[in-house]
Ligand binder design. Structure first.
Ligand SMILES: NC(=O)c1ccc[n+]([C@@H]2O[C@H](COP(=O)([O-])OP(=O)(O)OC[C@H]3O[C@@H](n4cnc5c(N)ncnc54)[C@H](OP(=O)(O)O)[C@@H]3O)[C@@H](O)[C@H]2O)c1
Length: 237
C-alpha cells in the first residue's frame, strides 16, 4: 500500500468500526489523522487507540453550520465519511421520524462534509455507502435509498469537485459495533448466515473496508467509482 507520510486525513465517524479501522490504517501509513464524531468519550478513546499523531474533535456531522466552522479551520489531503444511520424496518412500518433521522445521519452528514471540506490538490473524498443500494432486502427501502443516493452523489461530486477525486466504498455485512444493539444470538446468526451464503465464506471486518479506502485515496486514476467490498454478496443468490 502507498505511503501517506505527511498527509493529513480526516475521518468522520472515525471513532468506531470502519472509521476507526480507517484511522488506524492511515496512521500506519504515516498520515496525520483527525477523527471526529459526536461523543467525546469515543473521540478520546479513538485518539488513544490510534496513537501517533492522531487528533480528535467532537463534531456532529448533521449540523451543517458546525461542519462548515470546523472545516474552515483546517485543510486536509483526504477526507472520509463513515457515519452510520441505524434505521431498520419496512417503509410501511418504520416511523417517518426514524427514517428521516437515518437520512440525516448518513446522507446529509456526508453532504455537509462534501460541501465544506477543504481538500488540497491531489486530494480525495471517500464516502462509505452499503450493499443494500444494489441488493435490497425485504425491509431495507430506506437504507437502500440512502446508500443509492450517496453513490449517485459520489458520481456527480467527482465531476463538480474535479480534479479532487470522489469515490465510494460499499460494504456488505461487517462485524462492527453497528450491530451491538442486536441481541447476541441474532448477531451470531447473522454472521454465520453471511459466512454460509457468501462466496468469500465469512462476514467482513472493518479492516477489509479500510483497505479499500486506503486504495482509493492512493490511486490517482480512480474517481466517481463505487468499490464493492461485500464478500461477493452482490453476485451470491
Ligand atoms: N457494519 C455493517 O455491517 C455495514 C454494512 C453496510 C454498510 N455499512 C456502513 O458502513 C459505515 C460505517 O459503519 P460501522 O459499521 O463502522 O458503524 P459504527 O461502528 O456504528 O460507527 C459509526 C461511526 O459514526 C459516528 N457517527 C454517527 N453519527 C454521526 C454524526 N451525526 N456525526 C459524526 N459522527 C457520527 C459514530 O460515532 P458517535 O456515535 O460518537 O457519533 C461512529 O464513530 C456506515 O455508513 C454503515 O451504514 C456498515
Amino acid at each position: 500500500m502507498r505511503s501517506h507520510a505527511g498527509r493529513r486525513v480526516l475521518v468522520a465517524g472515525g471513532t468506531s468500526g470502519v472509521g476507526l479501522a480507517t484511522a488506524k490504517e492511515f496512521a500506519a501509513l504515516g498520515a496525520e489523522v483527525t477523527v471526529v464524531s459526536r461523543s467525546k468519550e469515543r473521540v478520546d478513546a479513538a485518539v488513544a487507540e490510534v496513537g501517533g499523531r492522531c487528533r480528535g474533535e467532537v463534531l456532529d456531522l448533521r449540523d451543517a453550520d458546525a461542519v462548515a466552522e470546523f472545516c474552515a479551520t483546517a485543510e486536509f489531503d483526504h477526507a472520509v465519511s463513515s457515519t452510520a444511520g441505524a434505521a431498520r424496518g419496512r417503509a410501511d412500518d418504520l416511523p417517518l421520524a426514524a427514517a428521516r433521522a437515518a437520512m440525516d445521519s448518513k446522507f446529509w452528514s456526508a453532504y455537509h462534509l462534501a460541501r465544506s471540506v477543504r481538500l488540497r490538490p491531489g486530494g480525495s473524498l471517500t464516502l462509505v455507502t452499503g450493499h443494500l443500494s444494489v441488493r435490497p432486502g425485504p425491509a431495507s427501502a430506506l437504507q437502500s435509498a440512502v446508500n443509492g443516493a450517496l453513490e449517485a452523489l459520489v458520481r456527480a461530486l467527482a465531476l463538480e469537485l474535479a480534479p479532487i477525486r470522489v469515490n465510494a466504498v460499499s460494504p456488505g455485512v461487517l462485524r462492527t459495533p453497528l450491530w451491538d444493539s442486536l441481541p447476541e444470538e441474532e448477531r451470531t446468526r447473522m454472521f454465520t448466515s453471511a459466512a454460509q451464503r457468501l462466496p468469500a465464506g465469512r462476514a467482513g471486518e472493518a479492516s477489509d473496508v479500510a483497505d479499500a479506502i486506503a486504495f482509493l485515496t492512493g490511486n490517482g486514476y480512480t474517481t466517481g467509482a463505487t468499490v464493492v467490498v461485500d464478500g461477493g454478496g452482490v453476485i451470491a443468490c
